[in-house]
Design a protein around this ligand. Structure first.
Ligand code: AMP
Ligand code: GLY
Length: 423
C-alpha cells in the first residue's frame, strides 16, 4: 500500500516510523516532512493545506491512504475535499470530516457537544462583543482563577488563566473588542477553573467502534517546575501512573463511549484519532478540550507503545473494522524529552548544526524542526528533536532519555530536566 503522511513534526516522524515497519507498506511519503522522515520515507515539498496539489500527487503516486497529522487541514475540510472528488474519493483518509473537526476548531461547539451528550466538563458560558456586559457580570459571579478561551484556533495561545477580576475583564475586552487573537476571539468561552492534574487520553475510531490507546501526560511550559510560557510541548510520559484501571474505566464510561455515541447521534462522521485533554478533579475525569488529531509530543510516546502492525490498524479504521482488531500495547513506560532552540517559544534562530544523533543508543530520535542541509542536519524550528526511551517505569525511561540527550548538541539547545517532577 502507498501511504502519504501530512505534516512535518515529531508527531509525523513517529507516525511514519511506525508505518515504515509494516509489511503492508509499499511506498511511504511525508509532506512536507523533516530530516528525520527523509531517512525512512520520501519527503514531498507540499503544504498540508494545498489540497489541489495534494490531489495531483495522490493520483500520480497512487496513494491509497492519507494520514493527516495536524489539525489545520482537517478543520479546513481535507477529508470532505477527497470525498467530494470522484477521482480521489476512494482514498482512505485518517482524520475526521470538517464538521467533526469543529470539535477542535471551535471551543463553543465542543462545549455544546459535551453538554448535549452529558460529558463531564467545566461549567461555561460564551460571549461575543454584543454580550460583553453579560460577560463582565458572569466573571463577577465566578471565583478566581478566571479561564478565558478564544473560541477558534489560536496556535495553542488562546487560553488565558487569570487571578485578578479586573485583569480578566480587561482581557475579555481585548479578546472580544480588540481582536487579541484575530477572528479566533470573536467568541470567548469563559469557564469554571478545574483544579487537578492533567492527562490525555487517545482514541482511535472508525465512527462506529473505538480503541483506547495509551494515556500520556505532556509538559507544556518552557520552564522547569511548569513555569514560564506555554510551548507546543517539552516532553511526555506514557502511561500516566495515576490513571489506574478504575480511573480508565471512568474515562471510558463517562467520556469515550458518550463521545463516540455523540458523534454518531449528531451526524458527525469521524474516522481518525481523538485526543481528549482531561483533568482529574478529585477522583473523576473532566474534559478540558478535544483535539481531532494526535498530540505532539504525546505521539512520540503513545505510538511506539502500540505493537500492532500500524498499517493494518489504520486500514481497519478506514474500513470500519476496528472491532476486528485486538490492540497490543507494550507494558513498559515510554518517555520523550524535547530539545528546543534557544529563545523558543519566543524568537529563535534556525540553521544550527545538530551533532551527536549517531551516538544515541537504546532510544529513538524523532525529528521535529529539522532539515537536511548539504549532508548535515540543521535546526529548522522551535521544537527541534525528541528522544524517546523505554523503561520498566517512567523514571527509568526518563533516565535513558536524558542520558541520550546529553549526546546531542546544537547551539542554543535547551531541554527540561525535570519531567515527571509532579507525579
Ligand atoms: P486548552 O487549549 O483548552 O487545552 O487549554 C490550555 C491549558 O489551559 C490546558 O492544558 C490547561 O492546563 C488549562 N486549562 C484549560 N481549561 C481549564 C480549566 N477549565 N480549568 C483549569 N485549567 C484549564
Ligand atoms: N502537546 C499538545 C498538543 O499536541 O496539542
Amino acid at each position: 500500500m502507498n501511504i502519504l503522511v501530512l505534516g512535518s513534526g515529531g508527531r509525523e516522524h513517529a507516525i511514519a516510523h511506525k508505518i515504515s515497519q509494516s509489511t503492508k507498506l509499499s511506498s511511504l511519503f511525508v509532506a512536507p516532512g523533516n530530516a528525520g522522515t527523509a531517512e525512512i520515507a520520501k519527503n514531498v515539498p507540499l503544504g498540508v493545506n494545498d489540497f489541489e496539489e495534494i490531489k495531483s500527487f495522490v493520483l500520480e503516486e497512487k496513494i491509497e491512504l492519507v494520514v493527516v497529522g495536524p489539525e489545520d487541514p482537517l478543520v479546513n475540510g481535507i477529508h470532505d475535499f477527497f470525498l467530494q472528488d470522484e477521482k480521489i474519493k476512494h482514498v482512505s483518509i485518517i482524520g475526521p470530516e470538517r464538521a467533526a473537526a469543529t470539535l477542535e476548531g471551535s471551543k463553543e461547539f465542543a462545549k455544546e457537544f459535551m453538554s448535549r451528550n452529558g460529558i463531564p466538563t467545566a461549567a461555561y458560558q460564551s460571549f461575543t462583543s454584543e454580550s460583553i456586559d453579560e460577560g463582565y457580570r458572569f466573571l463577577e459571579n465566578l471565583n478566581p482563577p478566571y479561564v478565558l478561551k478564544a473560541d477558534g484556533l489560536a496556535a495553542g495561545k488562546g487560553v488565558l488563566i487569570l487571578q485578578d477580576l479586573e485583569e480578566a475583564k480587561k482581557e475579555l475586552q481585548s479578546m472580544l473588542v480588540n481582536a487579541k487573537f484575530g477572528s479566533a476571539s470573536n467568541t470567548v468561552v469563559i469557564e469554571e477553573f478545574l483544579d487537578g492534574i492533567e492527562l490525555s487520553c487517545f482514541v482511535l475510531t472508525d465512527g462506529e467502534h473505538y480503541k483506547i490507546l495509551p494515556t500520556a501526560k505532556d509538559y507544556k511550559r518552557i520552564g522547569e517546575g511548569d513555569t514560564g510560557l506555554n510551548t507546543g510541548g517539552m516532553g511526555a510520559i506514557s502511561p500516566v501512573p495515576f490513571a489506574d484501571e478504575a480511573f480508565m474505566q471512568k474515562i471510558e464510561d463517562s467520556i469515550v463511549q458518550p463521545t463516540v455515541e455523540g458523534l454518531k447521534k449528531d451526524n458527525l462522521p469521524y474516522v481518525g484519532f481523538i485526543f481528549i485533554g482531561l483533568i482529574k478533579v478529585g477522583e473523576d475525569p473532566k474534559v478540558i478540550e478535544y483535539n481531532v488529531r494526535m498530540g505532539d509530543p504525546e505521539t512520540e510516546v503513545v505510538i511506539p507503545r502500540v505493537k500492532n502492525d500500524f498499517v493494518e490498524l489504520l486500514q481497519a479504521t478506514a474500513q470500519g473494522r476496528l472491532d476486528e482488531i485486538e490492540l497490543e500495547i507494550d507494558g513498559r513506560s515510554a518517555t520523550t524529552v524535547m530539545a528546543v532552540s534557544g529563545g523558543y517559544p519566543e524568537a529563535y534562530e534556525k540553521g544550527k548544526t545538530i551533532r551527536g544523533i549517531d551516538k544515541v543508543e537504546n532510544a529513538i530520535v524523532f525529528h521535529a524542526g529539522t532539515k537536511s542541509d548539504n549532508g548535515k542536519v540543521v535546526t529548522n524550528g522551535g521544537r527541534v528533536i525528541a528522544v524517546t526511551s523505554f523503561g520498566s517505569n517512567y523514571k527509568e525511561a526518563l533516565q535513558n532519555s536524558y542520558q541520550n540527550m546529553e549526546k546531542l548538541h546544537f547551539e542554543g539547545m535547551y531541554y527540561r530536566r525535570d519531567l515527571g517532577f509532579d507525579l
